[in-house]
Design a protein. Structure first.
Ligand SMILES: *Cc1c(COP(=O)(O)O)cnc(C)c1O
Length: 393
């Protein structure tokens, strides 16, 4: 390596370390679940987005194995060349039927979906109104699109309307929001957003990554929860969280989907996802449909933890979902909290800037359907004990 490169990387990394912002990966062994083995030690897992406990459900593995037998492993080419296999088509039909949409299209990941969908629909002559706390993949998609972007205050409809009123003429206007915000666990006011969109003639796009399988009577997402499915033009979501699988989808009108097949570069210029992954995702959606008891259990656990944390005096912001932030403030203090918990056998990640705004470093815990009552009680006991030591409560 050149001396310049070496000096550059070393200096950047030591700056990060000094600010308490250096990131490192944990080493897991074995399976993903309520308990996992980290660095050789068994711990309770409160970090996963596997909300319904499907990531290790044997039925997903069986569906994948069957697809491997029938269709092989790799798709061999992009979907538009010769990689559009039966498992992809079946998954897309299933997603459209489940979501009550005309059509759907699968992307390899949620990140790729957002950086593909947004620039295909919006360009230089358009304007996008984006919640300040939208996911990084939405921010990157907007940047790639070169559309003008105005970021409204988080979930603040007055701030959004102000911007809608004051923005000049544009070819197209769009409002883009996470459904459930990934670091705060609060929800977008979709009822108000669709009303403003109608009044000010905007397209609406939502990212249901943390909402699919979690929100709404039948787990279709936040649009179902608010009863606004038919008023949202572009519904994107991922198969990597509550579905326990991998990949993402966009659903909407036949026109939207045919357009994306022709225009979304992250769909066109990439190999189709392995058919086994599509088959496992399809199985996951069947389970989400047929086993509402998983979602019920998830919400029972969620309500229990929310209530206990509030009683103890923790600042959990406006969380209304299984994603629960515990505000700490300084990155070092958040890291210390997380380390102390790990010593007690509880894994909760500290989330630091730039993933969250400055001075809002936090623990971000996620509750799942797989956690037992005993798991939740030991979580709460340790949070209270260590939270007191760190003077957070
Ligand atoms: C996780 C997440 C993504 C990215 O999805 P992947 O499938 O993991 O790439 C996109 N948007 C939001 C809101 C997310 O939480």
């Amino acid at each position: 390596m050149s001396q310049t490169a070496k000096t550059f990387f070393d200096e950047e990394l030591s700056d990060l370390a000094q600010d308490g912002l250096k990131r490192e990966m944990r080493r897991l062994s074995g399976r993903q679940g309520r308990e996992i083995v980290v660095d050789g030690r068994k711990v309770l897992n409160f970090c996963s987005n596997d909300y319904l406990g499907l990531a290790c459900d044997a039925r997903l593995g069986q569906a994948a194995a069957e697809a491997i037998r029938n269709e092989g492993f790799g798709a061999g080419a992009s979907r538009l060349v010769c990689g559009n296999m039966s498992s992809h088509q079946a998954l897309e039909a299933k997603i459209a039927a489940f979501k009550g949409a005309e059509s759907s299209l699968v992307f390899s990941t949620g990140y790729m979906a957002n950086v593909g969908i947004i620039p295909s629909i919006f360009g230089r002559e358009d304007i996008i109104f984006s919640d300040r706390l939208n996911h990084a993949s939405i921010i990157d998609g907007i940047q790639l699109s070169q559309a003008k972007c105005r970021r409204y205050r988080h979930r603040d409809m007055e701030s959004l309307e102000e911007m809608l009123k004051s923005s000049g003429p544009f070819r197209k206007r769009g409002i883009i929001t996470d459904s459930v915000f990934s670091m705060d666990g609060d929800i977008a006011p979709l009822d108000k957003i669709v009303a403003l969109a109608e009044q000010y003639d905007c397209l609406v796009m939502i990212d249901e990554a943390h909402a699919l399988g979690v929100m709404g009577e039948s787990g279709k997402g936040l649009a179902e929860y608010f009863g606004v499915e038919t008023e949202i033009d572009i519904q994107m979501g991922t198969l990597s969280k509550a579905a326990g699988s991998f990949g993402a989808y966009c659903c909407g009108s036949n026109g939207l989907i045919a357009f994306l097949v022709n225009k979304a570069r992250s769909f066109i210029y990439t190999t189709g996802m392995p058919p086994s992954v599509a088959a496992a995702s399809l199985k996951a959606i069947e389970i989400i449909e047929k086993e509402p008891e998983r979602r019920n259990r998830l919400w029972q656990n969620t309500r229990y933890v929310h209530h206990a944390l509030k009683q103890s005096g923790f600042d959990t912001r406006e969380s209304q979902t299984p994603i629960i932030p515990i505000l700490v403030g300084e990155p070092d203090a958040a890291a210390a909290f997380s380390r102390n918990l790990l010593n007690q056998g509880i894994l909760i990640a500290a989330i630091r800037p730039p993933t969250v705004p400055p001075n809002t470093a936090r623990l971000r815990l996620t509750v799942t359907a797989a956690h037992t009552q005993a798991d939740l009680d030991s979580l709460l006991e340790q949070l209270q004990r260590i939270g007191k030591q760190l003077c957070l409560i």
